[in-house]
Design a protein around this ligand. Structure first.
Ligand SMILES: [Zn+2]
Length: 405
């Protein structure tokens, strides 16, 4: 990063980097902290308080190398200042805003861009000379819905499963839509099965941290507690999140919502998972959150090569989502159900488009999918389009009270 000599962001895998003395860490995901361990002695690590506690506890990095900084405060660090801004990614994740008398650099780490980033007092009306951008989903095909809509929809599915004994049968018939003959056969076969009765076990797949909002949303909706295995609960102590803490339990029978690792959620493993807790639970539903399961309407033409206008993307690509859009994945039955859900903690293509047309930006440097020239060219095309749109129409307006693009 071309800030001051001596500063690096999320660059630990190279060991000691010549002339680098200040190492910044945006968040606690292994593709960003990779290389950090208890033997780290190459320089101070600057990060948020949550990330700092995780680095010390989980990686055993010596506290003398960890500098935990508060959010939303402009902090002078010698020749430059830095402000940490909530990234809306996983707990503890931040954007770094670096400022020198000559330039302003915003490094997003991983983030899900939201209006709150644009209206943040440290960013609003400021010119960003260089933007290091999380380009994980910078392609028109990544048109997934707003995160809150996905959480609400999953919570609604769980509420109906736990309150309506016939809901599982009805929802299973959804997947045959579009093929009348097959649908009749399937409905007939479903009707012959016994209607599921008894208690549902709900499991949500997560990485080490991230996706907790899904489990919290479901637990609140159905008035349940959340069980997590000991290794996860130990990680969660670092978050110091009173909402999550109040819902957590160490008893898998008391916690109707289980947070488990993503690998454990596959259609063929759900049955075995349920067997451990029978007869307390008699049915199971698993949610596997990933960003790229959403299929936008075909008419939208959202293919990787599509080049819709910026106005089309910002005005029309809202990707509404509700419980009725949720269809159980292949292999589901009335008592073992499985959903891939378009829950993402990275920006959608529309989020990125709105963010980059609301902000005065000098140049954009992509941080993800930079491996091939073709991919870099494709991203550059969008950066240029966004720049042209800013010059043509001025900055997109974002109100202080706005929570959605
Ligand atoms: Zn991440």
């Amino acid at each position: 990063m071309n800030l001051e000599p001596g500063v690096a962001v999320d660059a630990f895998r190279f060991g000691a980097v010549p002339n680098i003395s200040m190492y910044f860490l945006t968040h606690f995901h292994s593709d960003h902290y990779g290389g950090l361990s208890q033997t780290w002695t190459h320089g101070k690590i600057y990060c948020s308080e949550i990330t700092g506690r995780l680095v010390m506890q989980q990686l055993r990095v010596s506290p003398e190398f960890v500098v935990m900084l508060p959010l939303n405060e402009r902090l002078e660090l010698g020749k430059f200042a830095v402000t940490l801004i909530d990234a809306n990614h996983c707990p503890g994740s931040v954007l770094f805003l670096f400022e020198t008398p000559r330039q302003r650099i915003l490094h997003t780490g991983d983030f899900r861009a939201s209006p709150a980033h644009i209206t943040h007092p440290s960013i609003r009306n400021k010119h960003i000379d260089s933007l290091y951008l999380d380009t994980t989903y910078l392609s028109p095909k990544y048109a997934f819905p707003h995160q809150a809509d996905v959480v609400d929809s999953c919570a609604e599915v769980c509420y109906k499963l736990t309150h309506d004994a016939d809901f599982a049968r009805r929802v299973m018939s959804r997947k045959s839509e579009g093929n009348q003959g097959l649908m009749k056969k399937l409905l007939a076969s479903i009707a012959k099965q016994d209607v599921a009765v008894g208690k549902w076990l709900i499991i949500v797949g997560t990485y080490s941290i991230g996706k907790e909002r899904m489990a919290i949303g479901i637990a609140k909706k159905i008035g349940a507690k959340i069980f997590a295995p000991p290794n996860k609960r130990r990680i969660y102590t670092c978050l110091q999140d009173p909402v999550l803490d109040a819902l957590l339990t160490s008893d898998p029978l008391e916690g109707q919502v289980h947070l488990v690792s993503l690998q454990e959620i596959r259609p063929d493993t759900l049955s075995a998972y349920l067997d451990q807790f029978k007869p307390h639970y008699s049915s199971i539903v698993g949610f596997r959150p990933t960003g790229w399961t959403y299929k936008p309407p075909v008419a939208r033409g959202a293919t990787p090569k599509a080049t819709p206008s910026v106005e089309t993307v910002t005005n029309l690509w809202h990707s509404p989502f509700s419980e009725s859009d949720m269809v159980p994945s292949r292999g589901s039955t009335q008592t073992v159900m499985y959903y891939d859900i378009p829950y993402s903690e990275h920006s959608s293509f529309r989020d990125l488009t709105c963010f980059c047309t609301s902000l005065q930006i000098g140049r954009v440097i992509p941080t993800v999918n930079v491996g091939t020239q073709a991919s870099r060219d494709q991203m550059r095309m969008w950066f240029d389009k966004w720049g042209a749109e800013r010059r043509r129409l001025g900055l997109r307006k974002v109100a202080d009270s706005q929570t959605r693009w």
